[in-house]
Design a protein around this ligand. Sequence first.
Ligand SMILES: [Zn+2]
Length: 247
Amino acid sequence: MGEFIDFDDVKRSITLKDLIKGYGFEVKRNNELCCPFHNEKTPSFHIYEDHYHCFGCGEHGDAITFVQKLFNLERKDAAIKINSDFGLGLSTTVNRSPQEIKQIKSEILEKQQQLSFQEKIVHNVEVNISKYIRALNQFKFEYAPKNPYDTVDLRFVEALQKLDEMMYISEKFSECRTINEKLEFMNSVSESIAYVNKRVSQISKADTNKSSVQKKIDANIRKIKQSAKIDHSFEKSAKIKPDKEIG
Ligand SMILES: [Zn+2]
């Protein structure tokens, strides 16, 4: 947890003048001295009750800033140094009440729950994207026009339009290393993700609405189409003009 010190307690415990004198600087009349921070012969460094100001170089601050600048320290370390150098006796350890400990624990728990909630969101999105990619690959194959005069199935068009984008999103997702990176990326493509979520639920609804018998029939039709495509592809491409156009 590290050390802790109240800056105001430090400043209340020693006057700025005593502090500056304590570090060996000679304070002249009217609380003036030669600036410790720039080279000068006549004093332009003025000590006021709660701050100092140098009219020569512009240095300005309070007791803690003075020690910070003098010893090149972080503000907290400067305050701790003052406490120890002048024996101020201020506590630098944190004593927490059981109430505070309980509060801290519940905050940690809340953060963990929040994280696992975010993990779930990210996980759902990733699952939906891969479901959608699978569906698009199926559309691309299953609904491809079998000859140039077929009405183009919209699902085939959808596959052509969306596959590249979805592959890109999926790839980018896998490059993110942390949940935060994933959430950030999700934000940047939020419209696409909203579309994927909507579309996947439509597709799965359409799928569950089909009876198991219908699914078997579909599967058989698919098989037949597949074998027909292989067996007669040469024959089909050999046909130059269909009957429709004659007459
Ligand atoms: Zn100065």
